[in-house]
Design a binder for this molecule. Sequence first.
Ligand SMILES: *[C@@H]1O[C@H](CO)[C@@H](O)[C@H](O)[C@H]1NC(C)=O
Ligand SMILES: *[C@@H]1O[C@H](CO)[C@@H](O)[C@H](O)[C@H]1NC(C)=O
Ligand SMILES: *[C@@H]1O[C@H](CO)[C@@H](O)[C@H](O)[C@H]1NC(C)=O
Length: 417
Amino acid sequence: MCDKLFDKGFIGRAIKFPVLSSISLVVLILIFYSDTILSTPPHHHLHKRNDFMGTQKVAERITQFSVQERIRELALLDGEYEVDPMIPPENVTKVERIKWFRKKLPELEILHSNNLTKQFHGRVLEFLNNGCSIQFYMVWLSPARFFGNRDFLAVDTLFKSHPQGCLMIISRTMDSRRGYRILKPLLDHGFKVLAVTPDLPFLVKNTPAESWLEGIKSGKRDPGYVPLSQNLCNLIRLSVLHRYGGVYLDTDMIILRDFSELRNSVGAQTVDPVSKKWITLNGAVMIFDINHPILLDFIEEFSSTFNGNRWGFNGPFLVTRVIGRVGSTPGYNVTVMPPEAFYPVNWLKIHRLFKKPESAAETRMVESTLNELNDGESGTFAVHLWNKRSKELKIEEGSVMARLILDHCVICQNIFT
Ligand SMILES: *[C@@H]1O[C@H](CO)[C@@H](O)[C@H](O)[C@H]1NC(C)=O
Ligand SMILES: *[C@@H]1O[C@H](CO)[C@@H](O)[C@H](O)[C@H]1NC(C)=O
Ligand SMILES: *[C@@H]1O[C@H](CO)[C@@H](O)[C@H](O)[C@H]1NC(C)=O
């Protein structure tokens, strides 16, 4: 859920409701939400502030609730007690936003250690001691109910190409009964997957991000208008790779090939068509040895240049800046993979993969695209799906996406829904 342009992320937070007094509220909200919930995924309700008002009549009935309360009630309705919209109010000055943020701070459990987070390091070490052929990490800071079929397909295809690999989903919300239910089909197959609640203060300890986190926790630092969860997601992936080493993956990917041969690598997103030199990099896939020195360079850059008002600045653009500056340092051995490796399809064209062929020419296109993606020679390890552009697209039967997934899944559930 990280680094998607225009994505508005969330940080989970436990909210305990007095259930009795909420029952009448639930009934009311049920009436309000029943039609909208059935027609569109819940994402919309939480991601677009103004979507909460359904019809005029319903809007009148609920005007006594603030948007915040409605988000909480929606969570309650969903049987989930953890939601925190870390979306700052729109159109406020920096001073007003910092004031708002300071009020919010005590609720932001992800910034603090507690009994559960304290177990983080121990749980990680125990899990990684499972004979993992390779260590993968994903980060999930949205509510668990948003971990959908597409996200599951990323995990599913990962285990097809790495049946002995270990995947840790760094997430407080997925480290729950609900998360367990989502991952259960994989566990039943004997795959090694674990959702684990992170300990952020521990992760950044003795790194340049320690003072950054202090600044955030003390309310001295402006988190910016980009939801803080996005930037925490950027920081967590860097810190986890620094502490444990392995492969970080976004959840909007389809994994096609074994990653074992890759070391200390990131992928180019765009290259100069003439010189073939990379122009922009992306951090949706990052493979690094534990303690690789460039990870501290990334974390240092994150802390010293942090800008919460620019999309991607502390994510893909950060990776691009740092590798541009120090990537060729002798001894760093950092490899920039060509776009074909992880981003073989441009985000403007990704929708084409989801459409079934309608003519002989299109059928030939589907075949040749599949051949290219599946051909080891072309060097495609994974296909990044640019969730923001493709999340709403249906995977049509016979499309490149459908056939790619069918070739590369194990559980293969809910592909066409
Ligand atoms: C947002 O800010 C702009 C410029 O400061 C102002 O013109 C506009 O009225 C504001 N909108 C809202 C909804 O406050
Ligand atoms: C944390 O664990 C300690 C020891 O197990 C216990 O005494 C304490 O009450 C726990 N605190 C919370 C907030 O659960
Ligand atoms: C880069 O490769 C050399 C030679 O294999 C090795 O000695 C060195 O430790 C590597 N550097 C890093 C940062 O991994």
